[in-house]
Design a protein around this ligand. Structure first.
Ligand code: PLP
Length: 354
């Protein structure tokens, strides 16, 4: 049993839902009526409350803004046919959040705040879970340093928040990917496995330059040789080579441990497809392509779930894949959707009732 925590609840008077529709709304733009907020001070979590979504008042000297102690998570909630709210694998995100926190010298958030608080918030804002195909409620937990003092050291105070953002379909057009050889996202000993704010700021320039060349995202490579494959943008990456699913292994600490990646590996095995988690380099990929053994490639992540890739550009090499023949990716997406939208039995026990 998880210890109960007293959550002070202040409800809104009029729901913003009366003035808006939840159909086809863009990702991350609108927020539900309430948010959860908690403060860490003098070694303990306090002031846990659910209250109307509202601006924060912060000091210009706020430690998070200067030195980047800030981490987040991304999770989705769905409704079943009876209108019950379910959260997809929140315990995995809870564990990862605290792994990120430890790496960034931040306190861990206890389960009774992260999980129980999230459930309570979602139960209260259940009407914000869109009831339509391909829609969901995106959950964004966030923690950042709140000391108001300049000086590079771990902050002594922190704020934890959970906000909810209804989201429509993510039209995943097959992606064109630029194999990155100039910039580096992560190196062994670094922070690539953590979901900390700075990782995203540091990666934007690569995506921006790839866009100028007509590519949607970059495929990150290792820091030393720019050969060993890591991730595509903010997604883990998988390749189908000669009928086997190959994905970069997690052991160097340079890759985000995706919950979608883990789920898709489980579903690949369920479908009888062999999965290899190992080091894979760009030469092997080019070679497999030339021998026509590379049949599919896709990214995996909470926002897009399974996002097919139609092209890789590496030096003078352009590798094109026919995504209309991507039968593995489409079968995975269908099976994954069936479980998340409660159209199939939840045999892996991934759905947690709010
Ligand atoms: C969040 C994230 C992913 C995907 O993780 P999921 O748990 O599947 O959403 C992959 N790579 C990076 C860099 C990420 O930030």
């Amino acid at each position: 049993m998880v210890a109960a925590v007293d959550i002070n609840v202040t409800k809104i008077e009029h729901s913003k839902l009366n003035e808006m529709s939840l159909e086809n709304i863009p990702f991350g733009k609108y927020f539900s009526d309430h948010m959860l907020e908690a403060d860490y001070e003098n070694g303990e979590w306090k002031n846990v409350e659910i209250k109307p979504y509202q601006p924060l008042v912060l000091e210009p000297s706020l430690a998070a803004l200067h030195y980047g102690q800030s981490i987040f998570e991304g999770i989705k909630a769905y409704k079943d046919a009876n209108g019950n709210a379910f959260i997809f694998r929140p315990y995995d995100n809870f564990k990862r959040f605290n792994i990120s926190a430890t790496r960034m010298c931040m306190p861990n958030v206890p389960e009774e705040i992260f999980i129980e608080g999230m459930k309570q918030l979602i139960e209260l804002d259940k009407n914000w879970i869109p009831n339509k195909k391909d829609h969901s409620l995106y959950i964004r937990p966030l923690m950042f340093a709140t000391d108001s003092m300049l000086g590079v050291k771990p902050s002594e105070s922190y704020k934890f928040l959970i906000m909810l953002s209804p989201t429509g379909p993510y039209y995943a057009e097959p992606m064109k990917i630029y194999v990155e050889e100039k910039y580096t996202r992560a190196a062994p000993g670094g922070v690539g496995f953590a979901k900390n704010a700075g990782n995203y700021a540091g990666s934007m320039i690569a995506a921006q330059e790839a866009k100028k060349l007509g590519y949607d995202q970059v495929l990150w490579t290792d820091a030393f040789e720019h050969k060993w494959l890591q991730e595509v943008g903010m997604m883990n990456v998988m390749f189908i080579i000669n009928g086997v699913a190959v994905t970069p292994s997690l052991d160097e600490g340079t890759i985000l441990h995706g919950v979608t990646r883990d789920s898709i590996i489980t579903l690949l095995k369920e479908q009888g497809i062999k999965v290899e988690e190992r080091r894979i380099n760009i030469d092997e990929l080019v070679d497999a392509y030339k021998k026509e053994l590379l049949t599919e490639a896709f990214g995996t992540g909470t926002a897009a779930t399974v996002a097919p890739i139609k092209e890789f550009k590496y030096k003078h090499e352009v590798m094109q894949l026919d995504t209309t023949k991507a039968t593995v990716a489409s079968a995975l997406k269908k099976r994954f959707d069936d479980i998340r939208y409660s159209h199939a039995e939840d045999i892996f026990v991934w759905m947690v009732k709010a």
